[in-house]
Design a protein around this ligand. Structure first.
Ligand code: 13P
Length: 244
């Protein structure tokens, strides 16, 4: 399957950041993997225009409903209207800051499909859960609850992001990453059969140009969800090159 290098800009980026996208598009006109940038929603339409054909764009969240009285929210249809083709749902920062549950995330993933988008469903354990030996059970329960019935390879990506590895410079060992990714694949196969073979499983959490190649070489890792190192064309370009 074609791997995916996905950048999550989080709450970073102003109009001037479009120059990073132009530089990325220029440096990687025909990348060997799929490339995606999820900027803040204020930049999505402009970034979609600037990104060109080789770089897909998406949002970092969407509301489950199509329209309505939900001040401050955006719908999956609005993401599509702004040129996005993906939406991240259930990022740990949204689970923590906004109290999102597996049920919320599940509804948002279905909203993404309704609008013709691919959902990137995020899961991951806290440090306390890992130290208690609960990583596989916590992640397994999140996958079970957050990935909706009817998921298909073409519209569903699962991102494993250990909460303790996000923005910390700490990365699990390759064995730990493989253990979780193998387990997620097995759970998806048990539920979705052969369709699960084509679902991309991303690793996220302190991925940098320097560690990307070894992470991408790990069992059942089909790409990365990158925060800090996706903000600069040079750093993200290094990660894209490592995926080739
Ligand atoms: P960092 O790459 O900055 O650790 O962030 C990972 C992340 O949360 C991507 O969604």
């Amino acid at each position: 399957m074609r791997k995916l290098a996905a950048g999550n800009w989080k709450m970073n980026g102003l109009g001037e950041s479009l120059s990073e996208i132009r530089a990325l598009a220029e440096a990687h006109p025909a990348p060997a993997c799929d490339v995606l940038i999820c900027p803040p929603s204020t930049l999505l339409a402009r970034l979609s225009d600037a990104a060109g054909d080789a770089i897909a764009t998406g949002a970092q969240d969407c509301h489950a409903n199509e329209t309505g009285a939900h001040t401050g929210d955006i719908s999956a249809e609005m993401v599509a209207d702004a040129g996005g083709t993906y939406v991240i749902v259930g990022h740990s920062e949204r689970r923590t800051d906004h109290g999102e549950t597996d049920d919320t995330v599940n509804a948002k993933a279905r909203a993404a499909w309704r609008a013709g988008l691919s959902a990137i469903v995020c899961v991951g354990e806290t440090l306390a859960q890992r130290e208690a030996g609960e990583a596989l059970s916590v992640v397994g329960a999140q996958v079970a609850g957050s990935v909706p019935d009817g998921a298909r390879a073409a519209n569903t990506v699962v991102a494993y992001e250990p909460v303790w590895a996000i923005g910390t410079g700490k990365v699990p060992t390759l064995e730990e990453i493989a253990e979780v990714h193998d387990d997620i694949r097995a759970r998806l196969k048990a539920r979705f059969g052969a369709e699960a073979d084509g679902m991309r499983l991303l690793y996220g959490g302190s991925v940098k140009p320097g560690n990307a190649a070894e992470i991408f070489g790990t069992s059942n890792v089909d790409g990365a969800l990158v925060g800090g190192a996706s903000l600069k064309a040079e750093d993200f370009g290094g990660i894209i090159a490592a995926l080739a």
